[in-house]
Design a protein around this ligand. Structure first.
Ligand code: PGA
Length: 256
């Protein structure tokens, strides 16, 4: 059984003090609810400027820290950017790469995402690679083609030594309150599993993101190819994130 993953993407929310409080409440809640021994991987991804404070608050806890993005070079004249090496040095273990907000608002394309992935591996961090179709792409029958392209154009084919988490996040489900249905997630995850396996990434867990909440997480984590969730707005309140972990973990264990 793969260890289930519960990752919180805090996006551009939290001041440093709010980040400290949220991280502290999550760590505290986990140790109360699970006696400090939850059988899952919990990751929080604060804004860059709050990472050091969150790493400090979470030291000695079971919660890992990730970043939401990084640049594709290790250092240099790239004003405003942060490298994977810097993230590792400050205490991150994970980096989200290719989130749909990066792709659409900041115009990141597959070639930049591929270069970032390479850099993340060189810095010995674990990428959380986000893929997913827009509503237009789904409605015009391009779902499978889009998912295949977003994977095959960025993943080197010798995947066996490369750590990877793949997050399927349909763009139309992010921040809308309308999650994909269990059937839609199941079909996409089954397809992604086959593409990843063929490229040598059979070790890579697949997670789902897009309007995950305490009310839908149990159904999502009962699906056979789904090993976790990437949570946006519902991860900004410790109580709802903790409920997602508790309900999701029970459903995951029951289904396996
Ligand atoms: P959401 O965001 O849970 O608020 O839909 C998910 C994400 O952007 O990763």
């Amino acid at each position: 059984m793969r260890t289930p993953i519960f990752a919180g993407n805090w996006k551009m929310y939290t001041t440093v003090e709010q980040a400290r409080q949220l991280a502290g409440a999550i760590a505290e809640g986990l140790s109360v609810r699970f006696n400090g021994a939850a059988q899952c991987s919990v990751i929080v991804c604060p804004p860059f400027v709050n990472i050091a404070a969150v790493v400090e608050v979470l030291s000695g806890s079971t919660v890992d820290v990730g970043a939401q993005n990084c640049w594709s070079e290790p250092y240099g004249a790239f004003t405003g950017e942060v490298s994977a090496e810097m993230l590792r040095a400050v205490g991150c273990r994970y980096v989200i790469i290719g989130h749909s907000e990066r792709r659409s608002i900041f115009r990141e394309d597959d070639s930049l995402i591929g270069a970032k992935l390479q850099r993340v591996w060189e810095a010995e961090l674990v990428p959380i690679l986000c893929i997913g179709e827009t509503l237009h792409e789904r409605q015009s029958g391009m779902l499978w083609e889009v998912l295949r392209r977003q994977l095959e154009s960025v993943l080197p084919r010798d995947g066996s030594m490369r750590p990877l988490i793949c997050a399927y996040e349909p763009v139309w489900a992010i921040g809308t309150g309308i999650a994909a249905s269990a059937e839609e997630i199941q079909q996409a995850h089954q397809y992604i599993r086959a593409v990843l396996d063929a490229a040598g990434y059979s070790h890579a867990p697949i997670i789902y993101g897009g309007s995950v909440s305490p009310s839908n997480v149990a159904e999502i984590l009962s699906l056979p190819h789904t090993s976790g969730v990437l949570v946006g707005s519902a991860s900004l309140k410790a109580e709802s994130f903790l409920s997602i972990i508790e309900l999701g973990l029970h459903a995951y264990e029951r289904a396996r």
